[in-house]
Ligand binder design. Structure first.
Ligand SMILES: [Zn+2]
Length: 265
């Protein structure tokens, strides 16, 4: 069972069952078309179904999977938009049949539902992608600071507010921060990255034992959080932007600054 699951995320060589079935169907039809016993249009339809099954597999491991990199996000977005386009095309064809009197108006219902599902999937992909973008911008802000600190260890105050506290941050500390935040604001602490993520790994960044909170340091939640962290001597970095002059990537990083995954690399 585990091997089957691993195959689903493994990429090109290990196809998920739906894709393998669609591929087999294409192979079979290609032979029939070459032998002159099946129409080419039938092969084209099977090829379209195969492409759709491949896109569905991409969405399964990106849209409904965990922990995306920016590249996987692009792959997810294009797969979702191809699936939407195919369903819009199918609806157009079904409408033509209705107009020609070859099908009933009722037959359009299933096509409309499919199109609606694909639109929701594309919306979900878009919102997931924007989360990954935000996460990436936060990680880039930290990368800029880490590079700066490597050049001048005492410097970089223009990139982030730094508070060293007692230098200790553990899972137990996080639980206390979460509880206090929820008590104060009646909603959970908006953690955008707890420990290492695919985005950090892609940047070669060791974010283990660190937590990013998606609040601007100057919004009420951010002001409160900084005061709480200082009061409890918990180390943090407060970022107001990813790159100077660019109003993205603001967040509060709790814990010591991240280090490179491979020293000197
Ligand atoms: Zn961080």
């Amino acid at each position: 069972m585990l091997l089957v699951c691993a195959g689903a995320v493994g990429g090109q060589t290990n196809d998920v069952p739906e894709v393998a079935r669609a591929k087999a169907e294409v192979g079979k039809l290609r032979a029939l078309v070459e032998a002159g016993v099946a129409p080419r249009a039938q092969l084209e339809k099977a090829e379209e179904a195969m492409a759709d099954a491949q896109d569905a597999a991409i969405l399964r491991r990106t849209l409904y999977g965990e922990d995306l990199t920016a590249e996987q996000t692009d792959e997810m977005m294009t797969a979702a938009s191809r699936r939407f386009d195919r369903r819009r095309k199918a609806l157009d064809e079904a409408k033509r049949l209705v107009e020609a009197g070859a099908a009933s108006q009722l037959s359009l219902g299933a096509f409309l539902e499919e199109l609606d599902r694909a639109r929701k999937e594309a919306d979900l992909a878009e919102s997931r992608a924007s989360l990954v973008r935000e996460l990436t911008e936060m990680a880039q802000a930290e990368e800029a600071l880490a590079n700066k600190l490597a050049e001048e260890p005492a410097g970089a105050p223009q990139l982030a507010d730094r508070y060293d506290g007692d230098g200790i941050f553990t899972a137990g500390t996080l639980a206390r921060v979460e509880m206090a935040f929820a008590r104060q604001f009646g909603k959970p602490l908006p953690v955008s990255a707890n420990g290492e993520t695919a985005v950090h790994r892609a940047l070669g960044f060791d974010h283990r034992g660190r937590v990013d909170v998606a609040v601007h340091p100057d919004q009420p939640e951010g002001v409160w959080l900084r005061a709480y962290l200082t009061e409890n001597r918990i180390p943090y970095f407060a970022f107001r932007q990813a790159v100077p002059g660019k109003a993205t990537g603001a967040h509060i990083h709790i814990g010591p600054m991240s280090t490179r995954l491979t020293p000197g690399g």
